[in-house]
Design a protein around this ligand. Sequence first.
Ligand code: GTP
Ligand code: MG
Length: 210
Amino acid sequence: VTKRVALLRKVWDLPNAPEDEVCPEVVFAGRSNVGKSSLVNMLLNRTALAPTSARPGKTKTMDFFDVNSGHPALPRFRLVDVPGLGFARVSRDLRDRWIGLIGGYFVQRKSLKIVFHLLDAGLCEIMPADRELWRLLAQAKRTDYELCVVLTKADNTIPSQLQRFAKIVREALRQEGSELALHATIFACSSKSKLGKDTLWRKIWSAVGG
Ligand code: GTP
Ligand code: MG
């Protein structure tokens, strides 16, 4: 564990990242292809602001989307889209770099207010890459942001399955045992049907001072 944190610190290097502590940020993380970029687009009423693809491994950089920066009367904040975890068809180097970026961001970014962890509701399963994300969060040892698990692609499932999955996730978070995991909120959403959009916005809004 100690070794992994050292690696994160070493790899953490975001020369083009916008300055920290300018405005609050919320990040959308999770497995490759789970629908992170689609969710950013859905929330911002755009179709292709964050590029998406049916093939995993589309997002290759950490992308910061400024919201309200042109509206002095409204709270300014950022939505952050990141590369997916667990995508097998990238080199080990690149995979380590992405884990380093995301883990380093969890450790160091002071502006971070919410980590949205997306899980595919259609799959109804927690994968090793999801546990890797929880491990990164536990290693960051921070409690000044919160974890929200988003069961996405809810349009691909039926309510009873969604409820079953929510129970599985709750139990897995309990076993994970970290402060963040124990206090995590669970939402359902769909970027396709826009289910959960208002709830997600309320959550974001309350975290960014709206
Ligand atoms: P990476 O950037 O590769 O990590 O993927 P990502 O997590 O950003 O996923 P992306 O938004 O690119 O979406 C992956 C695929 O899932 C695309 O084909 C989307 O159209 C599809 N998708 C995303 N959200 C939903 C949803 O809510 N419902 C359905 N049915 N499909 C979705
Ligand atoms: Mg993406």
